[in-house]
Ligand binder design. Sequence first.
Ligand SMILES: C[S@@+](CC[C@H](N)C(=O)[O-])C[C@H]1O[C@@H](n2cnc3c(N)ncnc32)[C@H](O)[C@@H]1O
Length: 278
Amino acid sequence: MHTPVLLQQAIEGLRLNSQGFYIDATVGEGGHVSEMLKKQTRILAIDADSEQVKRLKNRFGHDKNLILEVGNFSEIEHIAKKQGFFPVDGVLFDLGLSMRQLKEGHRGFSYKELDDPLDMRIDANTLLTAEEILSQKSEKELSEIFSKNAEEIFSERIAHAIATARRKKGITTVGELVSIVQSAHKGINRSTVARIFQALRIEVNDEITNLKKGLQGALSIIKKPGGRIVVISFHSLEDRVVKLFARQHHMNMSTMKPKTKGAKAGFERSATLRIISC
Ligand SMILES: C[S@@+](CC[C@H](N)C(=O)[O-])C[C@H]1O[C@@H](n2cnc3c(N)ncnc32)[C@H](O)[C@@H]1O
């Protein structure tokens, strides 16, 4: 079960009213949407992962206020207009992956699930898997992926280790990639491995391009003035896109971070909530 990060703050940021139309662009396991439904608003909920949407249809299928759609939020304008959600009062983006995708997805998202295949596609129709990227991209291209998507200082060494290893045998599992990354330099620790997995996932799913398109699409369907775009991001690359978007369009933006204590806080620590007033 996914524990939504910054749940109440995101809901308050959307300023839900019972006459309004809202979009949850990343419905995931339904944590945010079930809270939104309590306010009796009309909601269009989207996710690129058809398995997530299928599960939610079983859970919420009866709710007349909720429409569930499989789709990429890069297409949000098209999906919203098709469903009559135009103009909308608020759009929520809770970026990244849900706990179920990470722990039970068996798609290689987590560097801890050593036997999983290196797939990493959120949407099963995405062109290239992580395994295919690792086998098809040149050493230089791999190094660029790691430095661009993860600002990883060992990018060149890791790309070289991958290029050397794949000459002997294809890299097909999480465990194989983890060992190769760790072998690239003695200074490499678990956080380097986590960053390399994140960089590959961003590449496989074209996450930065999709986020830019998603924000632009949200802006084209949101009520002006007064609509809200709320974004929860988990790394600086995404957050930078959100900040730049608000600045370029001269929109007010407020920011919140979770109040977390000690090591227990886990991945929540890296979350940033941005509320953009349109
Ligand atoms: C952090 S989870 C959302 C969790 C959700 N807020 C909840 O409370 O359960 C992020 C979700 O976004 C979805 N996702 C990621 N990129 C997407 C995209 N480009 N378009 C649509 N959904 C996307 C993932 O499949 C995942 O289910």
